[in-house]
Structure formats: C-alpha cells, structure tokens
Design a protein. Structure first.
Length: 192
C-alpha cells in the first residue's frame, strides 16, 4: 500500500509539473518576452487578420510578389514537404510545371528569360511548405513585373526589396531573405 501511495503521489506531482506548471511558465515567458511571435506574428488591417509574418501564403495576381511553392497548398494545419527525392519523376514534372507558369507570367516583363534564369527557391518547395520568405535574388527577379503592373519606378521596387531584406546573424549563417507578406504590404502602401 505504501508503494502505491508513493507511486500515486509521484504521478500527481509529475503531472502537475509537466502538465500545468511547465506549460504555464512557457506561456507566460513567451507572452512577456516574445508576445508578437507567441501570438503568431499576425498582421492586421482595419482589425482584420490578413496573414502572418511567419507563414507563407498563396498570392494570386500579377500585382503581387509570389513566394516559394508549397507542397501542401499553404495549409498550416498540415505542414510538411512532398518528400520526393532528386530522382523523382513527379518532382521533375512539378518543377517543370512551376517553371512554365513563372515563364508565362514573367516573360512579358523580361523577354527571353528561360528556366535557368529562375532562382531555385521559386521552383522548389520548402521543407515545411509554409516558408514566408524568398531569397533577395528571387525578389529582384520579380521586380520588373511588380514595377510595371503597379506603375512604380523599378528603382523604387528595388529599394523596397533592399529595405525589407533581412541579413542572417553576423552575415554568416545563410543568405539574406525577404518576407513576401511584408514586401507585398509595402508595395500596396506605395500604390495608395
């Protein structure tokens, strides 16, 4: 009986620590130290949530910068990759379809481009399927179209891209990235 009481007490104490105390402390610290991230880095316009800085989304229309493709159609409820390897015919076909769609969209603004001119991150889905960023090269690749469609000087679009480029820590770990949501919002405010 004594062993059963000790086991029950240990279970109750550990349940309290791991099921109540620890999650509560993580929530409190997250809210106090990282409030925006803990809430999902939501972006609101006129009180309505229009997106998140942390989750990629589909952008329809040539007036918008598009992000990386998503193997899960940007469904945050089921984050994941296609898990297709480099020898996969399905992956090769998907990349080919993405390249043709990009060429069809961009060719009017950049005549003579080919698949080799498209930055790789515009052809390859990310591991999560929800990457909110593109490389600076991918953002610049779309600049002529964005400038033309929006009636903004190309230099202004390129300046916005540079202003929104985030460099990696100490400029050592990875490449500079541009958040698609933030840049699209900046482009939209430029047109107002």
């Amino acid at each position: 009986m004594r062993i059963a009481r000790r086991a029950l007490m240990a279970t109750l104490v550990l349940t309290f620590i791991t099921g109540v105390f620890y999650p509560l402390m993580v929530t409190v610290v997250g809210q106090l130290a990282f409030g925006d991230q803990a809430e999902g880095s939501l972006i609101r316009e006129d009180g309505t949530v229009v997106g998140s800085r942390l989750i990629g989304q589909a952008w329809q229309g040539e007036q918008w910068m598009y992000g990386r493709p998503s193997a899960i159609d940007y469904d945050a409820g089921r984050s994941g990759a296609s898990n297709l390897g480099p020898a996969s015919e399905v992956l090769t076909d998907a990349i080919g379809e993405r390249a043709q769609a990009i060429l069809a969209l961009e060719n009017a603004y950049r005549p003579g481009i080919s698949t080799k001119d498209i930055p790789p991150d515009l052809l390859l889905a990310s591991g999560s399927g929800l990457d909110p960023d593109v490389s600076v090269e991918a953002a610049r690749f779309q600049a002529r179209r964005l400038a033309s469609v929006r009636g903004i000087p190309l230099a202004d679009v390129l300046d916005l891209i540079e202003d929104h480029a985030r460099r990696p820590p100490l400029d050592l770990f990875g490449a500079a990235r541009v958040n698609v949501m933030e840049l699209n919002r900046a482009l939209e405010s430029k047109n107002r």
